[in-house]
Design a binder for this molecule. Structure first.
Ligand code: GLN
Length: 180
């Protein structure tokens, strides 16, 4: 598999290392011409969704990536990547939950950014993922998924709320599978 890793900001090196450890070939997406290389899967790393959204726009990557995502390109998205994909940003008016300037809005879920507050800002747990037990889950200033459309498959939960989902060709996590 050839994986294009969005590499404008955040934990893209960890994402690429994870996929290479699975035997995949990876390349960095930093500018529009990188997209000409072609990919079997797009990986959207963790980081700051507001910064990533702005850079996607400034670098001219937003529209060509959105077309590919909406056209069915398989996507693996983590944390900030999940925020960029969410159809709705659930914004209760908190200062830390501002909307990214630009986001794809392709995945029918709602998310609240930085949802776990200061105490639980970052934490680890062990849970069930897609029926598999004992999966380590690392949450880093994670968002919460507050709504999912009926056709979205929930793959894991924490405190009863979805933490990873699959819909069409998109798999997205509020935690960081690539770190464990
Ligand atoms: N808090 C970040 C955001 O809102 C996401 C954190 C992460 O990607 N680990 O974009």
């Amino acid at each position: 598999m050839r994986i294009g890793v969005l590499s404008v900001q955040g934990a893209f090196a960890e994402m690429a290392a994870y996929w290479r450890a699975q035997g995949a070939e990876t390349f960095e997406i930093r500018q529009r011409s990188d997209l000409e290389r072609g990919m079997d899967l797009l990986a959207l790393p963790g980081g700051e969704s507001t910064v990533q959204g702005k850079l996607l726009n400034d670098l001219g990557l937003f529209t060509p990536l959105k077309e590919r995502i909406d056209g069915g390109l398989p996507v693996f998205a983590v944390c900030a990547g999940l925020i960029l994909l969410a159809e709705k940003i659930d914004d209760p008016g908190s200062r830390t939950n501002t909307r990214p300037e630009q986001w794809f809005g392709s995945l029918p879920i709602a998310v609240r950014r930085n949802a776990y507050g200061r105490q639980l800002g970052s934490f680890r747990t062990i849970g069930v993922f897609d029926g598999k037990p004992n999966v380590p889950m690392t949450f880093i200033r994670a968002p919460a998924i507050t709504e999912v459309a009926p056709e979205v498959e929930v793959l894991s939960t924490f405190d009863g709320a979805p933490t990873s989902v699959r819909w069409r060709s998109i798999t997205a996590f509020t935690w960081h599978p690539e770190l464990n």
